[in-house]
Design a protein around this ligand. Structure first.
Ligand SMILES: [Zn+2]
Length: 266
């Protein structure tokens, strides 16, 4: 089956902050192809396309509900959440934990400290590795529930109207933060804020260069705004595991482009 739910055809769109506003999408379905045994020469020939041959289970499974494309397998570690593909209202990751890292808000036990377990452990590995190089990172905002996003959105809509709110706040379900696989990261050099100046700091540069080694990607890169539909966010990192993060980093891709290549490789 080849269902293509690619986020390629976005027309002009508002570029919102992925962190404060919020949309995301993804989608697809598939099954994996067991690795075929190839001769050495075949392996060389097919290296590029094989890199993007990923299991069907890694793609979004999408169902259109009320005119919206809703992800049916939200526990997928590779879920593509964006302005095309939304998470279900009821989706709450079952394995949320607090990461063993420093937070910008200290020890407060709040929702945004949480991440899914695998991502939280990878985050701690990354922060510890950074510390070895005298790079001190702080986690600012991780998991955000549908309910919380909805409250923020509704509050804004009550004050400014729905259309204006959509420009400023992510529509519930469309925030990647609801996956529990995302963390906004900052440092004292920018007063623990999430600002574009972070890209010029030692911490921001370290993350851009090294995050993939720990399974994270810079989700909204500079120059890819028309693809991601988000402004450049040097602070927003998404966990996808080391293998895909490295492919995405080495090929200078967004998650949308990665899945597009993966579709083509099927
Ligand atoms: Zn964010």
């Amino acid at each position: 089956m080849k269902k293509k739910h690619l986020a390629t055809a976005f027309a002009a769109v508002l570029l919102l902050s992925g962190c404060q506003s919020q949309f995301n999408v993804s989608g697809d379905e598939n099954q994996s192809h067991p690795e075929k045994k190839a001769t050495k020469e075949e392996k060389v020939d097919k290296q590029t396309s094989n890199e993007f041959s990923i299991p069907d289970s890694a793609f979004n499974v999408i169902k259109e509900i009320g005119g919206k494309k809703i992800i049916q397998n939200p526990d997928n570690m590779y879920a593509l959440v964006n302005k095309t593909y939304a998470l279900p209202e009821s989706y709450i990751p079952r394995d949320l934990v607090r990461a063993n890292v420093s937070y910008s808000f200290g020890d407060a036990q709040i929702e945004k400290a949480l991440m899914r377990k695998e991502a939280a452990e990878a985050l701690a590995d990354m922060f510890n590795a950074a510390k070895q190089e005298n790079i001190e990172l702080f986690a600012v905002s991780g998991y955000r529930s549908y309910v919380r996003q909805e409250a923020v959105f509704n509050n804004d809509a009550a004050k400014k109207g729905i259309e204006e709110a959509k420009k400023l706040v992510a529509v519930p379900g469309e925030s990647e933060h609801q996956t529990g696989l995302t963390m906004d990261i900052s440092a004292h050099s920018v007063n623990l804020d999430v600002v574009q100046e972070f890209e010029n700091t030692a911490e921001g540069k370290w993350l851009a260069d090294n995050a993939h080694k720990y399974g994270f990607i810079l989700r909204y890169p500079k120059g890819k705004e028309t693809i991601t539909q988000y402004e450049y966010e040097p602070w927003h990192f998404r966990y996808v595991g080391k293998k895909y993060a490295t492919i995405i980093y080495e090929n200078n891709l967004t998650l949308e482009e990665f899945f597009e290549r993966a579709h083509e490789a099927k």
